[in-house]
Design a protein around this ligand. Sequence first.
Ligand SMILES: [Zn+2]
Length: 271
Amino acid sequence: MNKLLVLCGLSASLLLAGCQSVNTTSGGAVGVERKQYMFSMLSSEEVNQMYAQSYTKTVGEATNKGVLDKTSSDAKRVQVIADRLIAQAPNFRPDAAQWKWEVNLIKSDELNANCGPGGKIFVYTGLIDSLKLTDDELAAVMGHEIAHALREHGREAMSKAYGMEMAKQGAGALLGLGQDSLALADAVANYGMTLPNSRSNENEADLIGLELAARAGYNPNAAITLWNKMSKASEGAPPEFLSTHPSSSSRTASLQAAIPKVMPLYNSAKK
Ligand SMILES: [Zn+2]
């Protein structure tokens, strides 16, 4: 049984702001159907607002350091691929059409990419250069990142941390919650952004990312070559990307099994 669900059950009678089953995305051709539970008091809007501060800071710092790349051919490439993927996001959740998507390429040796809550994408040049990513592979990694945001894995992790914190504090503390909830929110915000994704979250991001890329006309087989390159790169020092997106031996098998499901989408997108 889902740990958070147990926590929700334990705390349900105490919490006015309860735990709800949330449908972030539809299952798609790849069939991602896991039920998600989140505290309703931690809404998507609140998470987006919390994240907005760190996002603005990161972009500001990159601008000041002169590492925000808006003009190179890679910057244009990343933008084009992002636009094509983003156009497919409403297939999984219609509200993504109204998200304020932003795409940034950062000049850095880091082998990394991420997509924060609400569609704030970062790609680091190190990832493209070191792994010599093709457009299809770049679409695979960006699709994976976008999928984390669509599934709101950050909010889910924060919600889980929230629940555990509440369970620790007990009923007495909960009665005075209103005032403290912001401080609590700040504390749990870290959980959503910095911890490694769980294996099930990784699998969901792989599958939805695979379908986004296929629908956008990028060859889904590139997901396999991408992860092969990634694991080869990890033979030295593991790339930053793998610390938040742990790989597992089952990853390529699961992707391989899903490719036939998205091939028809890729073939019709190419026409
Ligand atoms: Zn991931």
